[in-house]
Design a protein around this ligand. Structure first.
Ligand code: ADP
Ligand code: MG
Length: 383
């Protein structure tokens, strides 16, 4: 059963349509988004589906296979219910409805039943939140004749997550989920929101992306994330530029002179990471996917040593997959836990997975989830 089938079953009536959107993995470009830099994520095959039926009243009723109870809000009360908060998971779909009406004043809202089902694991660094937002935004955009394009729908998802749910995230996840292309990653300039689908050629090269979800919770993520953002702002202010996007590796010697050691290393991570994203795209274009491994390894080292957001479990996942024949590996996501990815020849996956499980057991770490992700199509209408 796919998420589309499960959403249909949960709706229990004939839908007017079913829409879905995928989770994402970030190939390279970490903590660059809020510095107006470059990221390079891809949509994965696991999707969240939204099956929609029309109602004769003005109620939005959302259900999910995640939760026993439906949540109902009338369109007239939507602003107040969002402002009041406390909607838990329903804040995502209802926040999308609210944000869509804000962004598309000409839309024609009406009552709907929305049933949600998902294949995207929650909290594994694969952005189940962007998947649910993308599925609901795509559905309501059609059903309410809102007429927004995919970039505008990504913005709707971000507004929902920032202002309705209250999670201060960038727009990378939503862009990756909306714009994904099979066997390609989305190069995104976070300042201009310009994008380009860059072919990855993993399948032709016999390569795959292995994910090691360490199941380590992001314990220091709130304070640590804020400290990193503040260090980036200090660095940009010292150079009198709007963001670290405006610095290049040529500015680093000067940065070493005028910044304290910690701020300098935070800046060096962001500046070199931006360059690594550009180098990754260039290497893919020129030489194909086997050429990007060293950039992934350098990205991990930079996050471990300069940005200091790795944890022992992530370092072990990276070291073990590399020792098992991966061409490159790095932690992915915000850090302090979460997942690592490895670019690896398909034939080595079973042995590498076993080696990771053995290494985690030997270190008395929690047994990680090890699985592959495939660069896949973005948000779409399925029925
Ligand atoms: P992730 O890294 O998976 O995006 P987040 O904390 O950003 O983690 O988002 C996860 C939250 O999104 C869940 O706790 C839940 O509230 C909501 N969510 C995601 N998918 C679904 C779904 N299919 N049904 C209901 N809620 C969902
Ligand atoms: Mg999320």
């Amino acid at each position: 059963m796919t998420a589309v089938d499960d959403a249909r079953t949960l709706l229990a009536t004939e839908p007017v349509g079913v829409w879905s959107a995928p989770g994402r993995a970030n190939l390279i470009g970490e903590h660059t988004d809020y510095n107006e830099g470059f990221v390079f994520p891809f949509a994965i095959a696991q999707r969240t589906a939204a099956a929609v039926a029309l109602r004769s009243d003005d109620v939005i009723r959302v259900r999910s296979t995640f939760a026993p109870d439906a949540v109902e809000v009338s369109l007239a009360d939507l602003d107040d219910r969002i402002a009041a908060g406390g909607l838990d998971w329903a804040g995502y779909p209802l926040g999308v409805a609210w944000a869509l009406l804000r962004e598309a004043p000409d839309a024609t809202p009406r009552g709907v039943d929305i049933a949600l089902a998902s294949e995207v694991p929650v909290g594994a660094g694969l952005s189940s939140s962007a998947a649910i937002e993308g599925a609901v935004a795509s559905a309501l955009n059609d059903v309410w004749n809102a007429g927004l394009d995919k970039v505008a729908l990504a913005r709707v998802g971000r507004i929902a997550e920032n202002d309705a749910v209250g999670a201060p995230t960038g727009i990378m996840d939503q862009m990756a989920s909306m714009l994904g292309v099979a066997d390609a990653a989305t190069f995104l300039d976070c300042r201009t929101l310009d994008t380009r689908a860059v072919p990855l050629g993993f399948a032709d090269a016999g390569l795959a992306i292995l994910v090691v979800d360490t199941l380590v919770e992001h314990a220091h993520s709130t304070g640590g994330y804020r400290e990193r953002r503040e260090a980036c702002e200090r660095g940009a202010a010292a150079f009198d530029v709007p963001s670290l996007r405006d610095l290049t590796v040529d500015d680093l010697p000067r940065a070493a002179e005028i910044l304290d050691d910690v701020t300098f290393r935070r800046v060096r991570h962001v500046v070199t990471e931006n360059q690594r994203v550009l180098d990754t795209v260039a290497a893919l274009d020129a030489d194909g996917p086997a050429a990007i491994g060293d950039l992934l390894v350098a990205s991990h080292a930079s996050m471990r040593d300069d940005f200091e957001i790795s944890v022992p479990e992530l370092d072990l996942a990276v070291e073990t997959t590399l020792a098992s024949g991966a061409l490159g590996a790095r932690m992915t996501g915000g850090g302090f836990g979460g997942a690592a990815i490895a670019l690896i020849p398909v034939g080595l996956i079973p042995a590498a997975s076993d080696a990771v499980l053995a290494a985690f057991a030997a270190s008395s770490f929690r047994t990680p989830n090890v699985f592959t992700v495939t660069p896949s199509e973005g948000a779409r209408r399925d029925a």
